[in-house]
Ligand binder design. Structure first.
Ligand SMILES: Cc1cc2nc3c(=O)[nH]c(=O)nc-3n(C[C@H](O)[C@H](O)[C@H](O)COP(=O)(O)OP(=O)(O)OC[C@H]3O[C@@H](n4cnc5c(N)ncnc54)[C@H](O)[C@@H]3O)c2cc1C
Length: 313
């Protein structure tokens, strides 16, 4: 037989969900193997300071937090490997997973592959995202850094409205940029946004450029797509709320997802529609998408996997 490895518990992904699952699974003697994927440490390695993860009263750099979680998983014996899952076959037990041409047979699989925020793709947006100087895709994560300041948010759906309202509570004012002449959000969310005195909505408005001094954002240039008129708006924070893409394409032939690609779990658990396959973190989270909720669901997935594995013995 070709290069087949048999393992008890496979964890796919090295964000807070994957590493927390690994800590619990290794302490439960499940000998977990964890594949890190192309982004070891996950999304938090793309940000600077994290101030809302419990246990760090002074805050912590995102990459440092992820090194701590990795070290904790290693301490209990998790086998942490580089590699990207390219194919799966969950049609029969054991579950089959391929890391390029290596075939793995796993009794239990925990999917913790996260989700990626969508951005506009403007070079200036990507520049200030990298400098950490004023572009963010998460109001709950970064809004506090802009308290009493002027910010803008782009998006038109329910999440964008929720994030605009969240920012309005913290910031001096919020300019909301909507590309079309109407929101995509539900009536109630639209009304809340339009009624909020700190939010100014600009319809038919597209972002042309994020302006700054090379390190931090100072303004945005926007264009009205009806009149073609361009204006500059002074801001210090630019929030993008145009959706996320869950990293779940590779599982879709076997695992039930919603229309966006979020994995469907049995409410209150990490169970998917396939026995022995569990999900944790942003890959199944349409609502919270926070490091602490990802970590919490990683714990749930490891406990669910442990219970499941006991039934196989
Ligand atoms: C810029 C930014 C700032 C943020 N700030 C905060 C904050 O301050 N506080 C907070 O609580 N949250 C914050 N978040 C949100 C937080 O990062 C996420 O909620 C959290 O990382 C989700 O964890 P996860 O483990 O589900 O997935 P992720 O962190 O997304 O990790 C997914 C992992 O899966 C791997 N993977 C994906 N596909 C495959 C595959 N096919 N094979 C193998 N591996 C694969 C990736 O390599 C990665 O390691 C921020 C997010 C961003 C983008």
């Amino acid at each position: 037989m070709a290069n087949i490895e048999k393992i008890k518990c496979l964890i796919i992904g090295s964000g807070p969900a994957g590493y927390t699952a690994a800590i619990y699974a290794s302490r439960a003697n499940l000998s977990p193997v964890l594949y890190q994927g192309e982004q070891p440490g996950g999304q938090l390695t793309t940000t600077n300071e994290v101030e809302n993860f419990p246990g760090y009263p002074e805050g912590v750099m995102g990459s440092e937090l992820m090194i701590h979680l990795e070290q904790q998983a290693k301490r209990f014996g998790t086998d942490i490997r580089n590699g990207w899952i390219t194919k799966v076959d969950f049609s029969a037990l054991p579950h089959k997973v391929w890391v390029e041409d290596k075939e793995i047979h796993a009794d239990a699989v925990i999917i913790a592959t996260g989700a990626s925020a969508k951005y506009l793709g403007l070079p200036s947006e990507q520049h200030y995202l990298k400098t950490g100087g004023g572009v963010s895709a998460c109001a709950v994560c970064d809004g506090f850094f802009y308290r009493n300041q002027h910010v803008a948010i782009v998006g038109a759906g329910d999440s964008a409205c929720e994030e605009a309202l969240y920012l309005a509570n913290i910031c001096a004012n919020v300019t909301m940029l909507v590309r079309r002449d109407e929101f995509r959000a539900s009536q109630i969310m639209k009304e809340r946004v339009l009624k909020n005195e700190k939010i100014k909505v600009l319809f038919n408005t597209e972002t042309e450029e994020i302006i700054g001094d090379g390190q931090v954002v100072t303004a945005i240039k926007v264009r009205n797509n009806k009149t073609n008129e361009s204006t500059e708006i002074p801001i210090t924070g630019f929030f993008v709320a145009i959706g996320h893409k869950p990293n779940t394409d590779v599982f879709k032939a076997y695992i039930d997802t919603d229309e966006v690609g979020y994995i469907k779990n049995v409410p209150g658990t990490s169970l998917t529609n396939v026995k022995g396959v569990f999900v944790a973190g942003d890959a199944a989270d349409t609502r919270y998408r926070q490091a602490i909720t990802a970590a919490g669901s990683g714990c749930m997935a490891a406990l669910d996997a442990e219970k499941y594995l006991m039934t196989l013995e």
